[in-house]
Design a protein around this ligand. Structure first.
Ligand code: HEC
Length: 98
């Protein structure tokens, strides 16, 4: 299990799992954002902010490092998205990111 967060040009979040899912392409912030939009914003957006967490305004700016780190932690530990919700696909996990 490897987890890296790097802020060079913009944001790069990488999640590599023990299952050997490999990043198929350089992770990019657009992919990360689209995954957050798809899986997280319904509970962490403008209308609802579960746990006081709001994710719809993320842009990938390095100042959001703490938020991304929390996002990464939640996804990686399997706590988010909540169990009853659609899980992230292997592709989403591997190529990315959040
Ligand atoms: C079905 C609703 C729902 C969805 C979808 C959802 N969350 Fe959450 N989230 C919650 C609730 C409820 C809490 C607060 C209670 C808790 O900690 O379990 C929470 C809390 C959090 C927290 C704060 C945890 C803490 O320990 O302070 C983070 C970070 C988070 N979510 C990230 C995400 C991410 C990233 C996604 C998408 C991959 C996501 N959530 C999708 C409902 C949701």
């Amino acid at each position: 299990m490897k987890c890296s967060i790097r802020f060079a040009s913009g944001i790069t979040l990488t999640l590599l799992f023990a299952s050997g899912v490999k990043a198929v392409e350089p992770p990019d912030v657009k992919t990360a954002l689209s995954i957050v939009q798809k899986h997280c914003v319904e509970c962490h957006g403008a209308d609802v902010q579960r746990g006081g967490v709001r994710l719809d305004k993320l842009t990938g700016d390095p100042s959001e490092a703490n938020t991304w780190s929390a996002v990464l932690h939640q996804v990686q530990s399997g706590m988010m998205p909540p169990k009853k919700k659609e899980r992230l696909s292997g592709q989403e996990m591997g190529s990315t990111v959040v």
